[in-house]
Design a binder for this molecule. Structure first.
Ligand code: ADP
Ligand code: MG
Length: 362
């Protein structure tokens, strides 16, 4: 309307050809303005860090948006190549391969993530530990595929592996790390994904994308509200084996939400029917065995939420709930195997239960 008005005023002083030209320019301007101001939802899914990544952003320029998505995935792949236990020549692969042999130079980034993990080892009284490689290898759960039936370790094997999980065996010198125990390995499976989500989110936000989210298999960071200013509704998966439904939705404008559970990576012993999963209780050496089915953490960063969801899951309902409640800016949603939902105090009004079988307990 404004543009038409301007053209109308100008007409009084110009000839017909000029008027047509100006009208054309105005039309082009109008069209560009329109395409620039109506952001479009761009999405890209990709298999990264052993899981399906899903990044979605609202962008007024498809070209810039797609470039940003490519950079975000590039960053995630770099982190995977640096911190994976299985990719040869990753920092962690070289570190583990040289356990008991020699100190290994690692990137500043790896050093930073390891130090973060060690901070949380202290805060969680050893519940969150990156030193459990020996136990994880023994259980073999992180690497199983659907057709594998990994063997269940003996009590003696577990006791032996538990002798090789002491993080005091990490020796730091400048940018080098030495694992003094030749039978010990480290594993960043409980922290690297959260870190990668934060880094991808940083790239997108720094490029001006403030509406959308990064989701790496349930580790989510929300970049900012939807274009109309409303929050995103993030689904929490029903924590049961073989289901793919949403149990609850949480409204989130910005920040992270991460879920840990026993229903995603597991195997079932054909002899006993028992179910073994990938979150190890360092105190027992066995997969965590309590009445929790899942823990969802809402926090400022995905790194923190990733660590804390694993930690609270291992701690169990009572201790976990108390621990999370005491942390400022962190909320938790605990779901038991009896389908009861417990939450910390400040998050309940943001949650809507969406599966009738699940009910609030507190
Ligand atoms: P997911 O990777 O499925 O999202 P988690 O974030 O809970 O699940 O992380 C589980 C991974 O963390 C395991 O696959 C393993 O690599 C590692 N891990 C297992 N137990 C612990 C623990 N007690 N402390 C820290 N990391 C752990
Ligand atoms: Mg985790």
């Amino acid at each position: 309307m404004d543009i038409e008005g301007e053209v109308f005023i100008i007409r009084k002083f110009i000839n017909y050809k000029e008027k047509l030209f100006i009208l054309l320019i105005a039309l082009v301007l109008l069209l560009t303005a329109c395409s620039d101001s109506t952001p479009e939802l761009l999405r890209e899914t990709k298999f990264v860090l052993g899981t399906l990544g899903n990044i979605q952003i609202y962008s007024s320029s498809p070209k810039k948006g797609n470039e940003a998505l490519t950079s975000a995935y590039g960053r995630i792949t770099d982190i995977e190549n640096t911190m994976s236990t299985t990719i040869e020549n990753s920092d962690i692969y070289r570190l583990n391969a040289n356990a008991g042999v020699e100190a290994v130079e690692v990137s500043p980034e790896t050093l930073k993530v390891i130090h973060k993990a060690l901070d949380y080892y202290e805060v969680t009284n050893g519940t969150f530990s990156i030193g459990l490689g020996a136990l994880l290898d023994l259980w073999g759960i992180s690497k199983v595929t659907a057709d594998d039936t990994p063997k269940i370790p003996t009590e003696a094997e577990i006791e032996e592996a538990k002798n090789h999980v002491d993080l005091r065996n990490l020796e730091f010198k400048d940018s080098k790390i030495f694992i003094k125990d030749p039978n010990m390995t480290i594993d960043l499976g409980g922290i690297a994904k959260g870190y990668a989500v934060d880094e991808a989110a940083n790239i997108l936000q720094n490029s001006g994308f403030n509406s959308g989210f990064v989701d790496l298999g349930g580790d989510i960071y929300v970049l900012g509200p939807k274009p109309d200013g409303t929050p995103w509704k993030i689904g929490i998966q029903t924590p049961e084996i073989g289901t793919n439904t949403v149990m609850a939705g949480i409204e989130l404008t910005e920040g992270s939400i991460v879920t840990s559970g026993d229903y995603q990576r597991y195997f079932i012993d054909p002899k006993t029917g028992r179910h073994y999963h990938h979150i190890i209780n360092p105190a027992t050496g066995y997969p965590t065995d309590n009445n929790l089915a899942s823990v969802t953490i809402v926090a400022k960063t995905a790194l923190e939420a990733d660590i804390l969801s694993t930690t609270a899951f291992v701690m169990g309902l009572e201790e976990g709930l108390k621990f999370i409640e005491a942390l400022p800016g962190v909320e938790g949603i605990f779901v038991t195997k009896e389908k009861l939902v417990y939450t910390t105090s400040d998050v309940k009004d943001k949650i809507s239960l969406m599966n009738e079988a699940y009910q609030y307990a507190n």
